[in-house]
Structure formats: C-alpha cells, structure tokens
Design a protein around this ligand. Structure first.
Ligand SMILES: C[S@@+](CC[C@H](N)C(=O)[O-])C[C@H]1O[C@@H](n2cnc3c(N)ncnc32)[C@H](O)[C@@H]1O
Length: 236
C-alpha cells in the first residue's frame, strides 16, 4: 500500500483524533474536504471541480418517479455544493428546497454554483447540520428527503446518530430516498468512504423505528468491482 493511501486510510484520523479528542467525527470530515478545497486541489463532489458520477439528474429523476411536484418541500441531506441539488432548486417553487450539510463552506460553494439569479428567484434554504438547522428543516415538514453519496461517508460509530438525524426530519407523509453503494460487505473504500451492505442499511433504519418500511432498488445496472448502486426508499 502506498504511503499516501496508508496515511489516508489508517493514520490521518487517529492523528487528528489525538489533537481533537472531544470533537465530533463530522468536523474531521469537513476539515479534510475544506483543506483540499482551500489548497486548490479539486474535489470530485464539492466545489468547482465537482462532477456527477452518473449524471446530475439521478436524484431528481428518482423523486419525480415517486410523485415529486413543484409545491412539495424537499430536503437535500448532505447537499454538498448542490451538484445534484441544482435541478431540484430549478424545479421546485420558491422556498421549497432545503439543503443541509456539515460546513458553511460547502453551502457557500453551492450558492456560487447555482448562481445569484437562481438563488434570488428560488430562495433555497441552506443550513448547517446542528440542532437549530435540523429543527428548522423538520418544522418545514418535508414531503421528500434525499441523501446522495452521503450514507457511504458514515463510519460505524456514528451510523446510528446519522440515521436518527435524517429520519428525525420525517413526518408520517414523508418519503426518504437514501443512495448507497454495496460491495457485499462492510469495508472501507477510501479514506472517507465505506461500502454499506443492504442488510446494514435496513437494520439501521429499523433500529430507529421498526414501523418504517424500507424498499431497496437498483439505481444503475452498471457494476464496478462488484459494487451495487442502490437506493433505499423509506416511509411509514
Ligand atoms: C460526496 S459528497 C455528496 C454531496 C452531494 N449530496 C452530491 O451528491 O453532490 C458527501 C457529502 O456528505 C456530507 N456528509 C458527510 N458526512 C456527513 C454526516 N455525518 N452527516 C451529514 N452529511 C454528511 C459531506 O459534507 C458532503 O457534502
């Protein structure tokens, strides 16, 4: 294993943890990505060099197939810099789009990406994920919640808390769509990413509320190194 890879997978987090013994893991994630952005090294998912793996419309197309309409309220959980959120900001009525993420820097990149005209016209609400941001998004009573390329960024020790926060935004009518990648086992894919087996996804959701229904469907028939590209559809 090359030293850089070894460092990113096995050393970077323990070394950071030594310096920040009481800081949540989410701060570490945000630190790694913002440092990359500030250094001018492009990030594949956030900021000016972001590209959508399977097209910018993947998330909106799933939501449209499940009944999304312009008057609905939608929360993009872990929205990054709105790489997949932009078509939703365009489609939804003014004030109906909510984007939540770990760092204000990512949300600022999102505003830059959609541009001031669209921002002014549709007035998306972009909030950092903290108690106030979560409470505000919940009180908007979302009809739909989506999280794309987010569940695979969650390590074991915060998995339960992550699902508690996302599913805590639901009311009885909310439909939630969580994109994830399953290689057949729980394994680290790179410094900040893990495969999430289908059974682990279902168990995590049911652990929050056994009354929730979880249906898993495939997003793409393409397979790379045996990886399945999946989505969990969660509702009451
Ligand atoms: C690969 S990016 C995807 C961003 C966006 N959903 C997209 O597809 O363009 C992963 C996003 O998940 C967010 N994220 C990582 N860990 C998170 C957590 N514990 N809770 C909420 N969001 C998280 C990151 O801040 C980042 O914006």
């Amino acid at each position: 294993m090359r030293f850089k890879k070894l460092y990113r997978r096995h050393l970077r987090y323990p070394l950071w943890r030594l310096r920040h013994p009481f800081t949540p893991y989410e701060t570490y994630y945000a630190w790694v990505v913002t440092r990359k952005l500030k250094d001018g090294r492009g990030h594949p998912a956030i900021g000016p060099t972001a590209r959508a793996a399977r097209g910018q419309r993947e998330m909106i197309d799933v939501l449209l197939r499940h009944g999304l309409q312009p008057h609905h309220t939608f929360v993009d959980y872990g929205c990054g810099s709105l790489r997949l959120g932009k078509p939703l900001v365009e489609f939804l009525e003014c004030g109906r789009f909510w984007g939540l993420d770990l760092a204000q820097e990512f949300l600022d990149e999102g505003i830059r990406y959609i541009g001031s005209d669209l921002n002014h016209l549709k007035q998306p609400t972009l909030r950092v994920i903290d108690d106030a941001g979560l409470a505000a998004a919940k009180s908007a009573r979302p009809d739909f919640i989506g999280a794309w390329h987010v569940c695979g960024k969650i390590p074991d020790h915060i998995l339960d808390g992550f699902f508690r926060k996302v599913l805590g935004l639901m009311h009885v009518g909310t439909q939630v769509f969580l994109q994830f990648e399953d290689s057949g086992k729980r394994e680290q894919l790179h410094g900040l990413a893990w495969s999430l087996p289908e059974e682990t996804m279902i168990a995590a959701v049911k652990g929050i509320d056994p009354k929730l229904t979880v249906d898993i469907f495939q997003l793409s028939k393409r397979r790379h190194r045996n990886m399945r590209y999946l989505c969990a559809h969660i509702r009451y």
